[in-house]
Design a protein around this ligand. Structure first.
Ligand SMILES: *[C@@H]1O[C@H](CO)[C@@H](O)[C@H](O)[C@H]1NC(C)=O
Ligand SMILES: *[C@@H]1O[C@H](CO)[C@@H](O)[C@H](O)[C@H]1NC(C)=O
Length: 411
């Protein structure tokens, strides 16, 4: 039934196409990988090309409408079709109509330069005053959206990590309890959380206990202390599973590869200060696919980027003193970088989220920036942000004790 509805919808869109628009390409993607804000679209592997490119198209064309490619040279006789793998329909490669891969059917995901988010946020977790009930939060300062669109929240004031499943109106404790303490099963003002997908575990910045913890998501038993005696400000993993932790007191970031006992210095570590080799009270961090480390250099009101093995960071956002001009930040705490290198920043004391390209002098306001407050277009000390697979933006709006979601829209 749903399939029929979707099919009718697509036919409707196809009929309403009047101009030629670019079709989407999938690079280095697996079969049926997500590639669009439309969840009914996915990647099809091209046949007869190098194998590293595919087509982003509607996933549910009627199988019987697709004819097999020419078996001798994988060509397609029909015009406007390309030869793709589509094992859900047929073992043999099929000719797929390129009209089903146009941008107005399969709009590109987050990787679009002029992407915009609705200015009014929707509260998707908390927002029921502060408190420790399952529908409440108390000063959430770290978030992570997992592949199932569940929101993992460092519910700092409640000494716990909670998981709000997609579309849920309450959360579930997945680490810690409402009591603080330094027992291994307790947390004390956790400020950041990330997911180790390989190990199906969460990594927690257990700040007031000055340690980094690992809890396995299945069992939730035997939490492990990974690192002790560290004024943890943020945790991040790279694509190999190496762990990076910022230390607010030592103003440095260290990396632990699998099996390492001692961490390796990867940013700062030259005392507190604002020189290129220094940091001052760093908070959250992000590591990109090239192992560059981005640091929310909070007390320097800037974001610095440390390329792999670099001894000095470069300023990629702010660094012009505290303030609310477009070239300034004010105690930024959280950041995330997308595949295009756009840097999104929780500009905490300016109550706004900024976007910056590395070479820009000025950033631009993504959401907030309307003074501190609890209206849907306002924030109050945002401390962290994350994206879901569809490119929607989530913000830990700490002093409003809520998580706000801002929907991506394509112009
Ligand atoms: C398939 O391709 C070969 C080689 O280009 C060609 O000779 C043949 O006619 C094609 N078959 C069909 C059914 O189009
Ligand atoms: C940066 O923003 C300021 C206002 O805050 C403006 O006067 C200036 O022209 C902008 N500079 C650039 C390069 O866009």
């Amino acid at each position: 039934m749903t399939e029929i509805n979707i099919y009718c919808y697509v036919v409707f869109i196809l009929l309403s196409i009047t101009v030629q628009v670019k079709s989407q390409i999938c690079k280095n993607a697996a079969q049926y990988d997500r590639c669009s804000t439309n969840s009914a679209c996915g990647c099809f592997s091209r046949v007869g090309t190098n194998g590293d490119s595919g087509v982003c198209g509607f996933l549910w064309p009627t199988c019987s409408s697709l004819v097999p490619c020419n078996t001798s040279d994988n060509s397609c006789a029909q015009s406007n079709t390309v030869c793709v793998q589509h094992p859900r329909c047929h073992d043999l490669p099929l000719c797929y109509p390129v009209t089903m891969s146009k941008q107005n059917i399969c709009p590109p995901t987050i990787n679009k330069i002029n992407s915009k988010w609705k200015q009014h946020g929707i509260t998707v977790a908390g927002g029921n005053q502060y408190g420790d009930q399952s529908n409440q939060l108390n000063t959430p300062t770290g978030i992570y959206i997992d592949d199932n669109e569940a929101i993992l929240i460092a519910d700092t004031g409640n000494n716990r990590i909670v998981e709000w499943k997609y579309n849920s109106n309450s959360g579930e404790n997945i680490a810690g309890s409402n009591d603080d303490g330094d027992r291994p099963d307790r947390l004390f003002m956790p400020t950041d959380v990330t997911v180790d997908k390989q190990k199906n575990a969460i990594i927690i910045c257990d700040s007031e206990n000055a340690r980094v913890m690992r809890w396995f998501r299945q069992s939730q038993t035997n939490p492990q202390i990974l690192i002790s005696h560290i004024a943890c400000g943020g945790v991040a993993l790279d694509k190999d599973g190496s762990l990076y932790v910022s230390d607010k007191k030592r103003s440095e970031v260290k990396r632990w590869k699998q099996g390492d006992i001692d961490g390796t210095l990867v940013a700062g570590g030259s005392g507190e200060g604002n020189l290129p080799n220094q940091l001052q009270g760093p908070s959250k961090i992000f590591v990109d696919a090239d192992y560059s480390i981005y640091v929310a250099d909070t007390n320097n009101h800037r974001i610095t980027k440390w390329k792999k093995d670099a001894k000095e960071g470069i300023i990629v956002a702010g660094g012009n003193g505290q303030g609310d001009s477009l070239n300034q930040l004010f105690h930024p705490q959280g950041l995330i970088v997308d595949k295009l290198g756009q840097i999104f920043i929780a500009d905490t004391v300016n109550h706004r989220v900024m976007r910056w390209y590395e070479e820009d002098t000025n950033g631009s306001i993504v959401v907030g920036g309307n003074g501190k407050g609890k209206e849907p277009n306002q924030l109050h000390y945002p401390q962290d942000l994350s994206f879901d697979v569809q490119g929607n933006l989530y913000v830990a709006d700490s002093a409003n004790h809520r998580i706000q979601k801002y929907e991506l829209y394509i112009e």
